[in-house]
Design a protein around this ligand. Structure first.
Ligand code: DQA
Length: 145
């Protein structure tokens, strides 16, 4: 689970938009969900685009080796700007679920476009931390309906 710029500020960052949960709270929720499903979870955050590219490439190597199922990616503002992240997702061949806490489509027009959505396996927006949990669930080998 990869988190991009400014997501380390969750809890105090624009709580009217992003809520009061910290990134550690989000991680706890995801970890509980993953454990319930028998999945491992590697939860990371960086403010640096190139680090995200490196991590996506690492995940791709893990997918190829059979020990990574995919990536849940909240790229923050890089979603709307980064061709490099899109190229990493495609080039590293990583099943990727794009997540946004807020409903980006109900916000400023510059948040409506995502370079990632066309290459993502799925997209979850506007559901807060629940969206992260749902993205984790999407990687479970068998899913209940
Ligand atoms: C975000 C939405 C982005 O537009 C914004 O730049 C973020 C957070 C979200 O989770 O809602 O940093 O990805």
């Amino acid at each position: 689970m990869l988190n991009g710029p400014n997501l380390n500020l969750l809890g105090t960052r624009e709580p009217a938009v992003y809520g009061h949960d910290t990134l550690a709270d989000v991680e706890d929720r995801c970890r509980r969900t993953a454990t319930t499903l028998g999945l491992g979870l590697d939860f990371r955050q960086t403010n640096h685009e190139g680090v995200l590219v490196d991590w996506i490439q690492q995940a791709g190597a893990g997918v190829a080796a059979g020990d990574v199922l995919g990536v849940v990616l909240n790229a923050g503002a890089l979603t709307h700007t980064s061709v490099a992240l899109r190229d990493a997702v495609v080039g590293a061949v990583v099943p990727t679920v794009e997540v946004h806490l807020s409903n980006v489509h109900a916000r400023e027009p510059f948040r409506h476009h995502s370079y990632l959505s066309p290459v993502a396996r799925g997209v979850v927006v506007g559901l807060g931390p629940l969206g992260y949990e749902l993205a984790v669930r999407s990687f479970a080998p068998t899913q209940e309906s």
